[in-house]
Design a protein around this ligand. Sequence first.
Ligand SMILES: N=CN[C@@H](CCC(=O)O)C(=O)O
Ligand SMILES: [Zn+2]
Length: 467
Amino acid sequence: MLTFAHKPDFGPLLNIYLSFHPGVQLSAWLKRRNKMASNLKLLVKGAEQVVLVCKSGEKFLTKEGMQNLAIIENGSVVIGHDGQIKAVGSADSIESQFRDTVFDKVIDATGMCVLPGLIDAHTHPVWAGDRVHEFAMKLAGATYMEVHEAGGGIHFTVKHTRAAPPETLLEGLKGRLERMLRAGTTLVECKSGYGLDLNTELKMLSVIDAAQRSMPIGISSTYCGAHAVPRGKTMEEATEDILSVQLPAIQKQMTEGSLQVDNVDVFCEKGVFDLNSTCRILQAGKDMGLNINFHGDELHPMNSAQLGAKLAALAISHLEEVTDEGIAAMAAAKTSAILLPTTAYILRLPCPRARDMLDAGVIVSLGSDFNPNAYCCSMPMVMHLACVTLKMSMPEALAAATINAAYALNRSHSHGSLEPSKQGDLLIIHAPRWEHLIYQFGSHQELIRFVIIKGTIVYVNDKVLDL
Ligand SMILES: N=CN[C@@H](CCC(=O)O)C(=O)O
Ligand SMILES: [Zn+2]
């Protein structure tokens, strides 16, 4: 198999050239053209497997599509100077097709596998003050809401994040993104939500923007000012503040071009934001052009899934307590379910019903939920948990962490699979089959040899050991 981004049409150019050089033979012209035009950025050649995930421009995968990923045995990938994939195919076909091409960089992937860069569809990575002490409380039996209501949890992080200068937050964020990158994440959703007031929410969103400008990892930025009801306010007052103060100020900065925000989020939960407030905030965000992507049905069944479907939400996260009606509504509305296996694991919650969602045709994606409660930067670890605790198969987990996560972030036109014209984001792992990335849990730092974004190597691990 060999696929190209564009079928080149040399007809018009050829005619012009021949009209100025009537004596020139066609074959001589072609040789000269090849010599002049053939320089590309990166060739990854001879990989044991190249996992495309999908190959026909699918925007997401469901049901059997998630079980049958597109894979090329003994394959190669070509990336151009624009950072886009130019061709993927069998090593032989790429070799003969690009024989005359000069590459800036060639990676011999013998003994290795190539996968699309992983996409983490749900994180809270901007904060100050860790919560290791709360981990001990939870191990001793305290529930998430007990810690939250006692002033810990999100409130603890809000206090520390409000007090932190932006430089400190940026430094912390960059360190976490760096860890994610080394674990194979090339696109990550990043939420605000530890400010709960205008200034701190803007500070967090600006810090996310600054990280995006200075790091290669791709970011989808989410305003999550409705992550908790701030101390001293009722839910109604907090909702009014978001609708009449925070969202308009964010919209102003977006219009002026000083802030980039992609999604709007609310924690729709008993004791946090109810269905009505959630609906009003999400609708207001949508009216500003943001994608709806929110927390729902986590600790109690709230009918969040039905609300999200009604609002044409792109994604809803958690869903540990989703109902059958909610699942059916999400499948019909093509609202992606972002499942977060780390949350149920850390909090010892019932797991989200991944199998029921998959069987119903819901677009299941995955996120790490990295936050001070669930300190996990590793999508390979998340995929492993998804397989063991949510009963997903390895191909389902990979589809959920690539093309479907890209869909949840409205990026599946450019991310999530290794197809021509998509961004050249990929991982090269030192293993004879791609499944080792999930199977060898906790070992991604030993397996991942290269992380590549837009055809540029952004991480090389030369300490990979054969076991
Ligand atoms: N559930 C709400 N928000 C986060 C936790 C945030 C925190 O505890 O700081 C989550 O997705 O798990
Ligand atoms: Zn979350």
